[in-house]
Write a protein that binds this ligand. Sequence first.
Ligand SMILES: [Zn+2]
Length: 485
Amino acid sequence: MDQAAARYAATITEAGLRSHLEVLASDAFEGRELGTPGEKKAAAYIVEQFRGFGIGPISRAQERGLLADGYRQQFPVERVRMGGLSMRVAGKEFTFGKDLLYFQEALTHALKVPEVMLLGPVTAGGTRLGGGSKVVMYWAAGNTGLMEGKDLLAALSGTGTEVLLVVNDSAGAFMARFGESLLRGRMQLAEGGGQREGKDMQLVVVSPEVARYMLQAAGMKEKRALKESARKRVMVRVPVEFAYTNRSERLTGENVLGYVQGTDLRNELVVVSAHYDHVGKIDGEVYNGADDDGSGTSAVLAMAGAFAKARSEGNGPRRSMLFLTVSGEEKGLFGSRWYTDHPVFPLDSTVADLNIDMIGRTDTVYGDSSRYVYVIGSKRLSSELGAVVEEQNAAHVHLGLDYRFDSDDDPNRFYYRSDHYNFAKHGIPVAFFFNGVHADYHGPHDEVDKIRFDLLLQRTLLVYYTAWAIANRDQRPALDAGKGN
Ligand SMILES: [Zn+2]
């Protein structure tokens, strides 16, 4: 069997890896951001490569509705953008990010009130909150308002209050810091139709200028109103209107699956994974993510080609292989989470996940000439899997295997930060291959011309030989005592 392993290893070359990476990490793919046209282009490229290797669609999964076209596993994503809520006080418009800020939207309908209840520090802490006011404004001295605001939300819950305005001296600083990113939005998996959490009250942070405007418009003096509000309920008689437009949108992410069926042990599955998405375009600049994780995606494609060729020549693996390129990693490991929550092949017959994220460069710890790779998690669930990685490295590749990040007290927490973790949490043995971070990590200069193709090839071969060994051994890697589910 070893001779066959080496024969198909020879199909994996620097030139082949480069040809994949030059496409995936080109500007035409617009940084491959989840849910964007760039992601779709990359997915289409991967499907086309699988087809070219003779890897057919997974028809059974397609028939069961699990895969769109036998290759693509689609998952729903919501881009949640704040700023849909606007506020008018006596006809004057206040805007998100400038006058007001919030981190979650709960009020998703229009609301108009003729007055606002003003709470001062003592009324807030005491028992005189009462209810019946749809809009409550909490104004305490200094910057303590926001934390207390969260307690107030709980205290006011169920009293009919829909909006709690918290006046904060630092509101302007918050807005400068978070406003733009909240307007740009963040993505989340849209499980269960993407409904919002059941918050019944809207917390809005406003600047003191907004509060002052309200008092002025109501013909009230600031000092006196605040003083009174410390003793009793004070009503600010000014019309306040909220309007809401949903700025969020539904998107679709796609994992792309290439399946090479095994022979006598075909019901067991070895997964080789990498994320093909990256962070997209930021301020008009394309972030190509050549190392992150164009390198891993190219490696997975090269291995898929090698295994497919082996099978077509009668030397296919005993266990089935799943070449799984996932999306949405950059947003929070969405694609791998979706796959393991909606597995196309049973998780209990999935024997290992070998995951690759960034294997095309060197980091700041190692010099340019170093032949190394960080291995993470390979001994955590199955020391047998860890041993296979070492055996195969010693037999074929001779890289320095560095385990420094493979520790629970690693402050970087890399074990939890890439897609293998979604397999590990289901008790599936994993090994994660990684070159460490560098100055271009998540920057606009993570480009193909900085890739060390000699190292990319060696690291790919380590994963390839490990996959080959796992796929062809008599026994699947055993879980160590007390590990797994
Ligand atoms: Zn990555």
